[in-house]
Design a protein around this ligand. Structure first.
Ligand SMILES: [Zn+2]
Length: 171
């Protein structure tokens, strides 16, 4: 396993749409394992492939942070089939360090995804798990949580966002 570098706001890959995964091979499993290790080292609850500069439709979520009996899980070619309710909650992102914003999300969602073995799964998620899933799915479409916060909050955060873009563009 290996820890991968996480790209930050300002990097073009964060704004690109990831491509569907078509091969469920060892390479995909290795990517998912490395993403889990990277997510845990950085104390994130989720990590999308775009954030490690890979344009494939896969993200990982660490359910252990919600329930210690659960483990981290990889979601391949994820999609949302139905949404219900609406709730505003605070979010952050490993690609936008030290910035938090209030993001409206559907409270309950029905999702479909494939496992690392290529098996198709459908399930219902609500509350925090639904929020994390929506945040990570956004990444695969080039969308960031700061795109969904209120214009007033966006304006207040802009100096911080500019600083991140400037800091990481020189690295
Ligand atoms: Zn994120």
């Amino acid at each position: 396993m290996a820890v991968l570098p996480i790209i930050k706001l300002g990097h073009p890959t964060l704004r690109k749409k990831a491509e569907p995964v078509t091969e469920f091979n060892d390479e995909l499993k290795e990517l998912a394992q490395n993403m889990v290790e990277t997510m845990r080292l950085n104390e994130g609850i989720g990590l999308a492939a775009n954030q490690v500069n890979v344009l494939q439709r896969v993200f990982v979520i660490d359910w252990q942070l919600i329930d210690e009996e659960l483990d981290a899980k990889a979601y391949v070619n994820p999609e949302i089939l139905a949404k219900e309710g609406n709730e505003i909650g605070e979010e952050g992102c490993l690609s936008i360090p030290d910035v938090r914003g209030d993001v409206p999300r559907a409270y309950k969602i029905t999702v479909r995804y494939q496992t690392l073995e290529g098996e198709t799964v459908e399930e219902d998620l609500e509350d925090l798990p639904a929020r994390v899933f929506q945040h990570e799915l956004d990444h695969l479409n080039g969308v960031l949580f700061i795109d969904r916060i209120s214009p007033i909050q966006k304006k207040l955060l802009e100096p911080q966002l500019t600083k991140i873009r400037e800091t990481y563009s020189v690295l």
